[in-house]
Design a protein. Structure first.
Length: 422
């Protein structure tokens, strides 16, 4: 890969159809938005349900760890499958499996047979579904969007994530107050809508790619090498490596910081509702940042974009150490998240424009795996830092890590000199 983005592999039509009239993309977007909203709503219900069944916050945390851990473990092999099989079919299977898993939870709750073991099994299945479904959906979006509209399409997709993160938790909490089953039903409806949307669209068939045949005996480690090939390809590109590191550190920093400000706000005797509103600043920042992406791409080079976003996050996280209440927390989390959509879209565009189609599934799966590792690591380090350093010391540590990564980017001439194509 080169440090400059190559021009895309699709040409601008003589009379381009506006993105808002691209029915295949908008159909996929509606399905993704419905599934995402349902997922965000049900994420509130899992810990509440587990604590009501077991009384253990630790077991409630184990559910999230099992779900994220499975997605990370399955992610790299899933990318190989997405590259080799029909991507639309993979998305359909993923959505169907996740909907059926949640339906089984609803039936067990209705029958009074729900238990922690069943929920952990569901976490593993849901995590695996995410590992296959997420890269398949991204590649379907790429297949139905021309290259000149790719940034706008990815910006709209990021806005969908921010809106779901903002609306989903309050919706899930409200539904759970009515009935323990309702958040799960909402998530099932979201997956069904996503399934139908993927079912009705038609996408161009991916070009068949035949792997070169070698006369040498196949190594026993060949499947493992294939699974890791996307990861190695990403890490081999200087700019991509830097962008992925910054996005991963962002999730590390934000996850740890959220844990810390939750402790601070609880010590200040704020209500759970107030704390929830304060923490919604991250979602608001992502929504605003998504709208800014096209303008930022025009004004800043890739390297400047990376460094500005990382600097902004460093400053915002450090300022969270000031005990100025929930409004201050909301403002700083909004500020910290402003640059995240631009960073994620930068990575996506580089993968789409620099990676051949038959290897994009592996590259996207590796991206999701690397980025996804930041949150659980942030939760672990944040908890330990709180235990031994206190809130102020813990925030200083996290902001320091972010600052070191930013300084390393500033010192890297390959990052500073990276340019968009003319």
């Amino acid at each position: 890969m080169s440090e400059c983005l190559r021009q895309g592999d699709s040409e601008v039509p003589a009379t381009p159809v506006p993105l808002r009239r691209n029915r295949r993309f908008q159909t996929l977007w509606i399905g993704a938005a419905a599934a995402n909203l349902g997922l965000e709503a049900v994420e509130v219900a899992y810990p509440l349900l587990i604590m009501s069944l077991t009384g253990s916050p630790a077991l409630a945390g184990l559910f999230g760890f099992a779900q994220i851990g499975t997605a990370l473990l399955v992610g790299l092999p899933a990318g190989v499958v997405v590259d080799r099989w029909d991507r639309r079919r993979i998305l359909l299977i993923s959505e169907a499996v996740r909907a059926l898993t949640l339906a089984f939870i609803v039936l067990s709750l209705t029958a009074g047979q729900a238990n922690f073991g069943l929920l952990i099994l569901a976490a593993v299945v849901l995590g695996a579904g995410t590992a296959f479904g997420a890269p398949a959906r991204m590649l379907l979006i790429r297949a139905v969007v021309p290259d000149h509209q790719l940034t706008a399409a990815l910006s709209q997709d990021e806005a969908r994530s921010g809106a779901a993160a903002l609306a989903g938790p309050p919706l899930g909490g409200a539904l759970y107050l009515v009935s323990r089953t309702f958040p799960f039903v909402a998530a099932i409806v979201g997956f069904v809508i996503s399934f139908v949307c993927a079912l009705v669209i038609r996408v161009p068939k991916a070009e068949k790619h035949t792997e070169p045949v070698s006369d040498e005996p196949r190594s026993a480690l060949a499947p493992l090498t294939t699974a890791f090939s996307g990861l190695l390809e990403l890490l081999g590109d200087r700019l991509l490596r830097s962008a992925l590191l910054l996005v991963s550190i962002f999730y590390f920093s934000i996850t740890a910081a959220i844990l810390m400000v939750m402790v601070t706000l609880r010590h200040q005797h704020h209500s759970p509702g107030t704390i929830g509103l304060a923490l919604s600043g991250t979602a608001v920042g992502m929504l605003i940042g998504s709208a800014l992406v096209p303008r930022l791409n025009r004004l800043l080079s890739p390297g400047a974009l990376l460094l500005c976003a990382s600097t902004l996050t460093t400053v915002a996280v450090a300022l969270l150490a000031l005990p100025l209440g929930p409004v201050w927390v909301f403002a700083m989390l909004t500020l910290a998240a402003l640059g995240l959509p631009a960073l994620k879209i930068l990575v996506d565009i580089m993968i789409f424009r620099q990676t051949p189609d038959h290897r994009r599934g592996r590259a996207i799966a590796a991206t999701i795996t690397l980025i996804g590792a930041g949150s659980p690591l942030g939760s672990l380090v944040g908890g330990l830092a709180l235990q031994f350093l206190g809130v102020t010391g813990a925030i200083a540590l996290i902001a320091g890590v972010q600052a070191v990564i930013t300084a390393a980017g500033l010192a890297n001439r390959h990052v500073r000199s990276a340019r968009w194509p003319a």
